[in-house]
Design a protein around this ligand. Structure first.
Ligand SMILES: *[C@@H]1O[C@H](CO)[C@@H](O)[C@H](O)[C@H]1NC(C)=O
Ligand SMILES: *[C@@H]1O[C@H](CO)[C@@H](O)[C@H](O)[C@H]1NC(C)=O
Ligand SMILES: *[C@@H]1O[C@H](CO)[C@@H](O)[C@H](O)[C@H]1NC(C)=O
Length: 801
């Protein structure tokens, strides 16, 4: 076994074609019949390929149909080995050179190297005569020197291993003469050396041996039975030494291929020539038949150009005596476009990650058309609009590459139909569908259904109350699209958000962790994050605004008159007071808001029910009629302040009124109080203080009025003052924290008094006010009130101790 490396010629060749191919050609030569696993050569070394990368590059041997499986490449060593028995005779028959062609295919990058394997003959076949025995009939009168041709022995081997010589075993009559035909075939002639005498010997046996030139030498033997005849005889003669015919493949049965004809000079039965095949391969025996009488060669099988393009048949013509001659018939088969191209997928990356860049090679396709010439020229293409195309690579290989970015979320798989058409006429085509699925990459973050979420909850809710649910969607696959919800860390009023809310990681349901108090704060914001389970994970967040709605959980607080302790207040009513005169005013606030803080004032008990009335909304106490002398000097009124909640809460206070122009007239205050315990002296002091405070109160009201006219967000409004801020109108829309519009169901009508023009005022709590100190619970409005009065460094309450 020997093989050639790159010769100088090869290098020059490579240099010339370098611009067109990156692949090289290798020529090896081995003898036929090598043992399985025999090493032919080291392709890695001869091509300069890194042996370590052979596996990664999926190195493999590709062959055409008729030379499949003869060779293999060892990916560890780079050796090209024999994979199955190579019989030169089976592969190439009589051809002088027998070359197997392979391709060594490597991927990434695609590289094709041609390998030619020259199969050398060994002498593994003996010469063989067409028949083991023949009959030869020779006339008695034959002259010395007469020649009798014996059909040549054939040896499947070629060259020196073919038939080289003949030996005729000892006999008295014949000597051997070896001849060579124009085609180079050696045959034997028997030459009569000593005349025959039928009376002496009418039959004899000759032994002819054919020898080849191989080592060891092989031989074949023919027995010739000679019968001595007493009549003249001539052997038939063919009209041509070699017949040639051309036959299109797929010719129907009984198509006449050629007619051979031989003539015989003899007359009668001696001149009757019959024809028969002498030597032919098993293959041609199935394809052709010969008419014994006419010499017509006809088709009896399927003629396939791809199975064989040339047949050599030997025909023997025989006359009645058995004298014979042979001739050769060569049938050339012509190609017909009867084979559609075949697409085979040589490699495919499947699935393809969706983030591959355009132009990525994902597969290699081979197209083979076993017809010849024009009939095997092919065009290969993809007709659909898919982001893939075919790029011609080497020879009949094509790369399948992406032309665009892929998105699994839009198109998770493709059926790519590859069409191939040859250039025969009519052209034949075929197609192949390649299924490519796209693998997911975590390229989509979860996206919330809403831009932001709002939840509304009534205060005093139970912990565990469900506020709302957030939903985010992620179109990625499996864990890359699995959404997990969580609260982003943050603070609400100085406490971590987790102490207020919890979110269910799987469902996105948000629940309260504690009970909320509207009076403490009426809204807060948290961030909820949705994260997928990819690696690395992607996330997005959303704001959830929680609005706490008011519940009527605060009773009205009466600021004036003070109800706390055992103090009481007395208002002085002039004797001359006319009907409708303002006497005093009950001032109350409510920690709730809206309806729940909408207060109404009622006199529930009074000394003289007809004398005083209270304004339902303003709490102003006025005389109903002129004071008369008959009226009791000491009047006592009990006022109830109710809010408008459901159910409504109320508070009561009592007020003392003294009808007098003169403090001196004031009787013992002790008598007025239902539970008077003060000393006389203190009573006087109180009366004095009350007078002062009445005056003082009026003064304050004026001051307040002035202040409030200047404030942007009034907390106190004078009745009838046109300066009601437009932000309260229309009352159905109140802005909540500047973030959005509160739904009308959560809207509270700010109550505006409609009472007297002189001294009405009302506390309006603002939704916007969330600047309360944390420790403050119930006294929001009172504080406001105090803030207002703070400047005066005095309380509106007049306490009498
Ligand atoms: C591809 O073909 C398969 C099977 O024939 C089918 O199930 C699939 O839906 C096809 N895909 C597309 C994108 O047409
Ligand atoms: C998720 O995406 C990553 C890349 O981001 C990928 O490696 C993984 O295979 C994907 N998982 C699934 C289930 O598709
Ligand atoms: C929440 O999302 C916004 C915008 O989408 C981003 O600016 C902010 O950094 C995110 N916050 C956190 C804590 O991830």
């Amino acid at each position: 076994m020997d093989y050639r490396h790159w010769g100088l010629r090869g290098l020059v060749f490579i240099f010339i074609v370098l611009l067109h191919f990156t692949n090289g050609d290798l020529d090896y030569s081995i003898q036929e019949e090598m043992k399985h696993g025999s090493i032919i050569g080291n392709v890695a070394k001869d091509l300069g390929i890194d042996v370590g990368r052979m596996t990664a590059r999926k190195a493999r041997i590709e062959t055409e149909r008729n030379s499949k499986g003869y060779c293999d490449v060892n990916l560890r060593t780079g050796d090209l080995t024999v994979a199955k028995r190579i019989d030169r005779e089976e592969l190439c028959g009589e051809k002088a050179s027998c070359i197997l062609k392979f391709e060594l295919l490597l991927e990434s990058p695609l590289e094709l190297n041609r390998i030619s394997l020259n199969i050398k003959d060994i002498n593994d076949n003996a010469p063989l005569f067409p028949k083991d025995a023949i009959k030869l009939e020779i006339r008695e009168s034959a002259d010395k020197g007469a020649r009798y041709r014996v059909n040549a022995a054939h040896d499947a081997d070629i060259g020196q291993n073919g038939v080289q010589s003949y030996i005729l075993h000892d006999n008295r009559h014949f000597i051997l003469n070896t001849q060579t035909t124009s085609a180079g075939i050696k045959y034997a002639e028997l030459v009569l050396d000593q005349e025959l005498d039928r009376e002496e010997q009418h039959e004899m046996k000759l032994l002819l041996t054919a020898l080849d030139g191989g080592s060891p030498q092989r031989s074949g033997t023919l027995t010739i039975d000679v019968t001595v005849l007493d009549a003249n005889d001539n052997a038939p003669v063919f009209s041509q030494a070699v017949y040639e015919a051309s036959l299109p493949e797929n010719s129907p049965m009984k198509t006449q291929v050629i007619t051979v004809s031989a003539t015989d000079a003899d007359e009668g039965v001696n001149g009757e020539v019959t024809y028969e095949f002498s030597k032919m391969s098993d293959k041609s025996r199935k394809l052709f038949s010969l008419d014994q009488k006419t010499g017509d060669v006809t088709v009896i099988g399927d003629i396939d150009f791809e199975e064989g393009s040339k047949y050599e048949i030997y025909v023997e013509a025989k006359d009645g005596y058995g004298l014979s001659t042979d001739t050769k018939v060569i049938v050339f088969i012509t190609d017909d476009n009867d084979n559609a191209p075949i697409i085979s997928l040589k490699s495919l990356t499947n699935p393809v990650p969706e983030n591959v860049s355009p132009g990525t090679e994902i597969g290699i396709i081979n197209v083979e058309d076993i017809d010849s010439e024009q009939n095997r020229q092919v065009r290969c293409f993809i007709q659909q609009s898919v982001p893939f195309k075919l790029i011609p690579s080497i020879k009949n290989y094509y790369s399948l590459v992406t032309t665009d970015t892929l998105d699994r979320e839009l198109m998770p798989n493709y059926n790519i139909t590859i069409t191939v058409i040859d250039e025969g006429s009519p052209p034949l085509s075929s197609f192949k569908t390649v299924q490519v699925s796209i693998a997911d990459v975590n390229d989509n973050p979860p996206v919330f259904d809403e831009q932001s979420y709002s939840a509304y909850v009534s205060e005093n809710n139970k912990p565990g109350h469900t506020l709302c649910a957030v939903t985010a969607r992620d179109p990625d696959w499996r864990q890359n699209g699995t959404v997990i919800y969580s609260l982003l860390p943050g603070e609400v009023n100085g406490a971590p958000v987790s102490s207020y809310l919890s979110v269910n990681g799987d469902t996105g349901v948000i629940q309260s962790v504690r009970s909320f108090d509207y009076e403490q704060f009426n809204s807060f914001k948290v961030y909820v994050m949705a994260r997928d389970n990819g690696s690395p994970p992607l996330s997005s967040n959303v704001t959830v605004s929680v609005f706490i709605t008011d519940v009527n959980d605060n009773t009205p607080q009466i600021l004036y008159p003070a109800t706390e302790g055992n103090s009481f207040m007395t208002e002085l009513v002039p004797n001359a007071a006319q009907g409708g005169s303002l006497v005093s005013k009950v001032i109350a606030v409510d920690g709730d808001s809206g309806q729940n803080a909408w207060l109404s004032y009622h006199i529930i008990k009074s000394t003289d029910p007809g004398l005083f009335k209270i304004d339902l909304h303003s709490g102003e106490i006025r005389t109903q009629r002129d004071i008369s002398d008959s009226d009791n000097m000491k009047q006592n009124i009990i006022v109830a302040v109710k809010d408008n909640g459901q159910p409504s809460l109320s508070a009561t206070c009592s007020m003392f009124l003294l009808i007098s122009d003169n403090l001196a007239e004031v009787p013992e205050l002790k008598d007025m109080a239902y539970e008077d315990t003060s000393s006389k002296l203190t009573s006087y002091l109180i009366i004095a203080l009350v007078s002062v405070s009445t005056f003082f109160l009026t003064f304050i009201i004026i001051i307040l009025g002035l202040r409030f006219c200047q404030r942007r967000k009034p907390r106190l409004l004078f009745d009838g003052a046109v300066a009601i801020p437009s932000s309260y109108l229309p009352p159905n829309y109140a802005d909540v924290d500047g973030t959005g519009t509160l739904r009308s169901t959560y809207n509270y009508d700010a109550y505006l008094t409609t009472g007297s023009r002189t001294s009405d005022f009302k506390f309006v709590t603002s939704y916007n006010d969330n600047t309360l100190p944390a420790d403050q619970t119930l006294r929001k409005n009172p504080t406001d009130f105090e803030e207002v009065f703070g400047d005066l460094d005095s309380s509106p309450e007049v306490n009498i101790n």
